[in-house]
Write a protein that binds this ligand. Structure first.
Ligand code: NAD
Ligand code: MN
Length: 360
C-alpha cells in the first residue's frame, strides 16, 4: 500500500496554529482508514530560522523537499524580516524549482457563509486555473533614463505556446474529470495583440481535442464584470499569471474571504512535489489570539489528498467543513462567531468521525 511522504512547513504567525489543526485532520483520517498511510516531516523554516541562520531554508532545502510527494505549507511573514526575503527565498524557489506551473484556486460558496449572492439560486462553484510560471511576471525588462524627462520602464510579458498549452490542457482535463461542460479563457487579444493572440491560439488548439467541452473566450475587463454579475455561470476559468492573480482575489472575495480560501501550486507531471497552502498570509494582527480560522489550511490539505489520488478523503474533508458551517454553531471571528482555531478544528474532526463511521 502506498504511504505518502508529506513535507510540512508551518511558517510564521498563524501558520503553525492553523497547520496544527490540519495535521490533526490527517491523523484522524489515518486512524480511521487503514488504506491511508502517510509520513509527515515538519520543517521549521521560517523567520526565526532566518534570524538564526541568515537564510530561509538550509542550502540543500530543495534537495530535501524533492524526496517528498507533497509540500503542505502554512504561511510566512514576520515584521522582523523583509517580506521580499520571506517570499523570494522560501516560497518562490519551491514554486520555480519544482515547476509548479499551475496555481489552482477553487471558488465555492459554502453554506452558512454570508455573501452578496445569498439570493442566487444556483451554486457558485468554479475553479481558477492560473498559469504560474510565465506571462506578465517574467522578470524581463528594465528601466532607462533615471531622473530624466523621458524616464521609462519596460516590462516584458512572456507567453509561450508550450506554457499556454500545458495550462489549457490542465484546465480541460480538470473540466473533464469533474464533469464540467465549459472552460472560460481570460484574454485581451483585442489590445495586447502579440502575447494574447498566441495565448488564444494555444488555448483553442487544446480545446479542439475536447469537443464535449465548450470554450468561451472573454476579455479580461468584461470577465471581471461577469464575475461580479453572474459568478454562478462559471465552471473552469483559465488565465495567464497576472490575469489569474487578479481573478483569484476577486473570486475569493465573492465567496467569503481569506479565512476559507485554499490554493494549490501544482506540478501536474508529478515529476516534482506540488505545494498546498492557504491563500492568506501569517496574519500577525491575530497571531497567538486563537482567532485564526483553520478552514483555508484544512481545505488546502483536502486539495493535497485529491492530488495524491485520494479524492474520497478530499471530498470527505470538504463535506465535513460544509456540515460544520451549515450548522453554524462553531464559527471563528472572521465568520461572525467566537470559536477559537482549535474549536473549529475539533468541530471538523468530530464531523469527520461521524461521516467515516457512517460509511463503514
Ligand atoms: P494576511 O493574509 O496575513 O492578513 C490579511 C487580513 O486577513 C488580516 O486582517 C488577517 O487577520 C486576516 N486573516 C488572514 N488569514 C486569516 C485566517 N485564517 N483567519 C482569520 N483571519 C485571517 O495578509 P497581510 O496582513 O497582508 O500580510 C501579513 C504577512 O503575511 C506579511 O508578512 C505578508 O508578506 C505575508 N503573506 C504571506 C503569504 C504566504 O505565506 N503565501 C501570503 C500573503 C501574505
Ligand atoms: Mn495575489
Amino acid at each position: 500500500m502506498a504511504s505518502y511522504k508529506v513535507a510540512v512547513i508551518p511558517g510564521d504567525g498563524i501558520g503553525p496554529e492553523v497547520m496544527n489543526e490540519a495535521l490533526k485532520v490527517l491523523r484522524v483520517l489515518k486512524d480511521q482508514d487503514s488504506t491511508f498511510q502517510y509520513h509527515a516531516d515538519i520543517f521549521y523554516w521560517n523567520s526565526d530560522y532566518y534570524l538564526k541562520h541568515g537564510r530561509m531554508m538550509p542550502e540543500d532545502g530543495l534537495e530535501i523537499l524533492k524526496n517528498y510527494d507533497a509540500v503542505l505549507f502554512g504561511a510566512i511573514g514576520d515584521e522582523r524580516v523583509p517580506d521580499d526575503i520571506t517570499v523570494w527565498e522560501l516560497i518562490m524557489p519551491i514554486r520555480k524549482q519544482f515547476q509548479q506551473y499551475i496555481n489552482l484556486r477553487p471558488v465555492k460558496k459554502l453554506p452558512g457563509i454570508k455573501t452578496r449572492y445569498d439570493d442566487v439560486k444556483s451554486d457558485i462553484d468554479f475553479v481558477i486555473v492560473r498559469e504560474n510560471a510565465e506571462g506578465e511576471y517574467a522578470n524581463s525588462g528594465g528601466r532607462l533614463y533615471s531622473g530624466m524627462d523621458q524616464e521609462m520602464a519596460i516590462q516584458n510579458t512572456v507567453i509561450t505556446r508550450k506554457g499556454t498549452e500545458r495550462a489549457a490542457s490542465f484546465a480541460f482535463e480538470y473540466a473533464k474529470k469533474h464533469g464540467k461542460t465549459k472552460v472560460t479563457s481570460a484574454t485581451k487579444s483585442n489590445a495586447v495583440v502579440h502575447s494574447m493572440k498566441l495565448w488564444d491560439e494555444a488555448v483553442k488548439a487544446v480545446a479542439d481535442s475536447y469537443p464535449e467541452i465548450t470554450l468561451e473566450q472573454n476579455y479580461i475587463d468584461a470577465l471581471a464584470a461577469y464575475f461580479v454579475m453572474r459568478p454562478e455561470s462559471f465552471e473552469v476559468v483559465v488565465a495567464s499569471n497576472l490575469f489569474g492573480d487578479i481573478l483569484s482575489d476577486l473570486g475569493s472575495a465573492l465567496v467569503g474571504g481569506l479565512g476559507i480560501s485554499p490554493s494549490a501550486n501544482l506540478n501536474p507531471t508529478g515529476e516534482f512535489p506540488s505545494m498546498f497552502e492557504p491563500v492568506h498570509g501569517s496574519a500577525p494582527d491575530i497571531a497567538r489570539t486563537g482567532k485564526a480560522n483553520p478552514i483555508a489550511q484544512i481545505w488546502s490539505t483536502a486539495m493535497m489528498l485529491e492530488h495524491l489520488g485520494r479524492d474520497d478523503l478530499s471530498t470527505m474533508i470538504i463535506r465535513a467543513i460544509e456540515q460544520v458551517l451549515k450548522r453554524g454553531e462553531v464559527l471563528t471571528a472572521d465568520l461572525g462567531g467566537s470559536a477559537t482555531t482549535m474549536e473549529m478544528g475539533e468541530a471538523i474532526i468530530e464531523e469527520l468521525t461521524v461521516h467515516t463511521s457512517l460509511n463503514k
